[in-house]
Design a protein around this ligand. Structure first.
Ligand SMILES: Nc1nc2c(ncn2[C@@H]2O[C@H](COP(=O)(O)OP(=O)(O)O)[C@@H](O)[C@H]2O)c(=O)[nH]1
Ligand SMILES: [Mg+2]
Length: 367
């Protein structure tokens, strides 16, 4: 068996990793390659997994902690994708608040599993909404400890994908290029839009390269990293929604994301990423996102469907107490469904402050 290409796409919460992975998967498939995907977060029922599976992609999930702390499970999941039809490429999405991934994932994979995988260069997606403020040394809405993670992620990148250029003005793009060049000298910056596909030929070319990469082992303070992680409360809730008559799925998703985002704004709780997926039994689905408190909620995947039954999943990372976040989300979902005459039942909810990362391996230098 030929080694499988392992492509990990890094970047902060809400930077555009899942959108990028969906797009890359289709590009690889268009050139005749088979693709498998591994997603990762603190628990099960991930919006991203459901989103990518709903696009017809083959996805395995590593829940419970980040790839670095679940390295063996990452390798197992990647191997599971090779049962049956062996993929040519595995696309992996780490948790958006995780860093030090070169040392804890890329280098161990290259060293311990070199017969099975060849590891592509490691690109990190730059998120302009928080990133512009962080690079200008302004407050991004959360503490400097979470901003520390944001900076460290970029510091270990083989290339920086400057995302959302579809909505960045010329002046902001220029300023960002200057700031990134100053902060991360010598690191290639690729302007892209995961939404429109602009710049993605260059991303594929980069990922195909086999020259010497993955040398950027971080000098990192795990105390600050752990405190930054813990600052961003984590919530995962699922609801069953039913109605005797069909209701407009996109309308419900748009109103829920708006209501939750507005309430968080009132409480000055900065959103790193808030995402909802509404799934009708194996048929229609819609996805809604908010990626910062300064931006609007958006329906990123519209279903254009009227449904009677819905499984709603809410995943959130917000700079606030996770228990309060849980109460707030439940109150809004229950209240809005009641207002619309829908029956709603909470299926499952989990909330936490992520604990200190304890990587399975940590390689101090390039292998
Ligand atoms: N306008 C625009 N929106 C984008 C782009 N890339 C991602 N998004 C949106 O940003 C949000 C978060 O994207 P996602 O891929 O889930 O981010 P992740 O948390 O890094 O996986 C979604 O609403 C996407 O539709 C882009 O290039 N342009
Ligand atoms: Mg994602």
């Amino acid at each position: 068996m030929n080694p499988v290409r392992f492509v990990m796409i890094g970047g902060f919460l809400g930077a555009g990793k899942t959108t990028t992975i969906g797009r890359l998967a289709k590009m690889y498939m268009a050139r005749g390659q088979r693709v498998g995907i591994v997603t990762n977060d603190q628990a099960r029922d991930l919006v991203d997994t459901n989103n990518l599976r709903s696009q017809g992609l083959s996805v395995q999930e590593v829940p419970g902690a980040c790839f670095c702390c679940k390295f063996n499970e990452l390798v197992d999941r990647a191997r599971q994708l090779t049962v049956g039809e062996i993929p040519d490429v595995i696309l992996a999405e780490p948790v958006g608040s995780c860093t030090d991934l070169v040392s804890t994932v890329v280098l161990p994979l290259k060293d311990l599993h070199k017969g099975q995988f060849t590891v592509a260069p490691y690109p990190v997606i730059f998120k302009p909404s928080h990133g512009l403020r962080i690079l200008r040394n302004e407050s991004a809405g959360f503490s400097p400890k979470a901003a520390y993670i944001f900076r460290k992620q970029l510091e270990e990148a083989d290339a920086i994908l400057m995302n959302r250029i579809d909505e960045l003005g010329e002046a902001d793009q220029q300023e960002l290029l200057t700031l990134l060049e100053r902060e991360y000298p010598g690191v290639p910056v690729l302007p892209v839009s995961a939404k429109t596909g602009t710049g993605f030929e260059a991303v594929i070319d980069l990922l195909d390269r086999n020259d010497r990469f993955q040398n950027r082992v971080l000098d990192i303070d795990y105390d600050i990293y752990a405190e930054g992680e813990a600052e961003l409360g984590w919530l995962n809730s699922t609801f069953d929604i039913n109605s005797p008559t069909p209701f407009d799925l996109d309308h419900l998703m748009t109103s829920l994301i708006g209501l939750i985002a507005d309430e968080l704004k009132v409480r000055h709780a900065e959103v790193a990423h808030l995402k909802l997926i509404g799934l009708e039994d194996g048929a229609s689905f819609a996805v809604a996102n908010v990626v910062s408190s300064s931006g609007p909620g958006e329906l990123s995947v519209a279903s254009k469907a009227a449904v009677r039954q819905l499984n709603l999943i809410v995943n959130a990372r917000v700079a606030t107490d996770p228990e309060e976040l849980d109460r707030l989300v439940q109150a809004i979902v229950l209240g809005e469904c009641q207002r619309l005459g829908l029956t709603v039942k909470l299926q499952n909810t989990q909330f936490l402050r992520p604990g200190r990362p304890t990587p399975t391996h940590r390689y101090p230098a390039s292998v």
